[in-house]
Design a protein around this ligand. Structure first.
Ligand SMILES: Cc1cc2nc3c(=O)[nH]c(=O)nc-3n(C[C@H](O)[C@H](O)[C@H](O)COP(=O)(O)OP(=O)(O)OC[C@H]3O[C@@H](n4cnc5c(N)ncnc54)[C@H](O)[C@@H]3O)c2cc1C
Length: 350
């Protein structure tokens, strides 16, 4: 028998952040991941605590942002591999009233740290900025691929690349047994894969499909992430850009579609004036919830079976702090903030 403190199911951002939290607290873990689906590996990985559509702060944005930077910096130092790429976000205004709204928002105490008050009018070669633009500071992206690969390389033999088999799980509220692994707790971090989890499948994780393009734009020399017309154009280096994403709550297939490809192309062409070549087109489902808040906590009938899910479109910002909340709840009996607590869904028969 192999003994660990925790079994983690799912090796996306949520599973990795929880595993790192355990590691920082000298606890052992075993990871089971089927590598089948998962939005983390294809996510843009952008961290930005502001909502640029409405010019306000996301829920707990300042705290999540601060914790995420510290957390990923620690991981970067541990693996000695670049994970954090700092980029300002260049918000191209869509009208003069958009420009005015920015000026007002950038003076709000809660947004001041991030929204630069200057309205820029200097033209940028290859980009349409007819109403000018503003800069969102202290943003960037996490290379989720580097993060996942480095994490996996360091797991050694504490990892199974398999579909979790629920018929092999035994729990008696004191211990968890799965095959030849014994643990105190099990944490499910399956993203949208939760819909097949018999313990948690009735929770309102509705899923939101996102599609994006990878394009080559040889004549664009961008170091900022462009935000305009509800999409991001993000530099990946070597003239390659990530362009997306779409939001679709009805289609739950992981396959990219021609319809959304055309929508993305239309948006891209309304922002850039350079020729480009499409290299790839991908899709995945974000684990979004009905009230747009994450879900953490234990199953009402099995106290050592836990959930860390519902990161929606902000996994990078949320997962480090939520992992800490869940860890403190399990090991220090700290209450889970009510907005994220699984107990808010007690009307749902889980
Ligand atoms: C197009 C797109 C762009 C995005 N861009 C951003 C962004 O810029 N910034 C941001 O913060 N967020 C972004 N997101 C959202 C982000 O991807 C999610 O918030 C985050 O990845 C969710 O992480 P997770 O670990 O909960 O789930 P996932 O990443 O889905 O990971 C779940 C893992 O569990 C595994 N799994 C599931 N079921 C089982 C099972 N039964 N047995 C074994 N393994 C299982 C899966 O294979 C997967 O590896 C984007 C999402 C999409 C779709």
């Amino acid at each position: 028998m192999k003994k660990v403190d925790t079994i983690i199911v799912g090796m996306g951002i949520a599973g990795i952040c929880y595993a790192e939290t355990l590691h920082q607290n000298k606890k052992s873990f075993y990871v089971i991941d089927n590598k089948k689906t998962g939005s983390s590996k294809i996510a843009a990985g952008i961290f930005n605590p502001t909502v640029l559509k409405r010019y306000n702060m996301t829920w707990n944005g300042e705290e999540f942002h601060k914790n995420a930077i510290i957390f990923f910096k620690k991981i970067e130092n541990k693996y000695k591999k670049k994970i954090i790429y700092n980029h300002d976000i260049l918000k191209a205004f869509s009208s003069f009233s958009d420009q005015n709204n920015w000026a007002v928002a950038s003076n709000k105490p809660v947004l001041k740290e991030f929204l630069d008050s200057k309205i820029h009018t200097k033209k940028i070669k290859g980009i349409l900025t007819e109403f000018g633009y503003g800069l969102v500071k202290k943003c960037g992206r996490i290379s989720t691929l580097n993060l996942i690969n480095e994490f996996k390389n360091n797991l050694k033999d504490n990892y199974l690349n398999l579909d979790f088999d629920f018929s092999k799980l035994f729990s008696d509220n004191k211990k968890i047994v799965y095959g030849n692994i014994v643990a105190e707790n099990i944490i499910f971090c399956e993203g949208y894969g939760i819909i097949s989890n018999p313990f948690f499948k009735n929770l309102p994780v509705k899923g939101s499909k996102g599609e994006f393009l990878i394009v080559k734009i040889p004549n664009l020399n961008l170091n900022q992430i462009i935000k305009r017309s509800s999409i991001f154009i993000m530099p990946l280096g070597n003239e390659i850009y990530w362009v997306g994403a779409t939001y679709d709550n009805s289609d739950k297939k992981n396959r990219p579609t021609q319809l959304k490809k055309e929508w993305l192309i239309e948006k891209l062409e309304s922002i850039i004036m350079e020729s480009y070549k499409i290299i790839d087109h991908k899709a995945s489902i974000r684990p979004s919830t009905i009230d747009r808040r994450p879900i953490i906590g234990s199953h009402p009938n099995y106290k050592n079976i836990y959930l860390l899910n519902g990161m929606g479109s902000r996994g990078i910002l949320l997962a480090p702090t939520l992992s800490c909340w869940l860890y403190n709840h399990i090991y220090k009996s700290s209450p889970i903030p009510k907005e994220a607590d699984i107990k808010r869904f007690k009307e749902v028969n889980i």
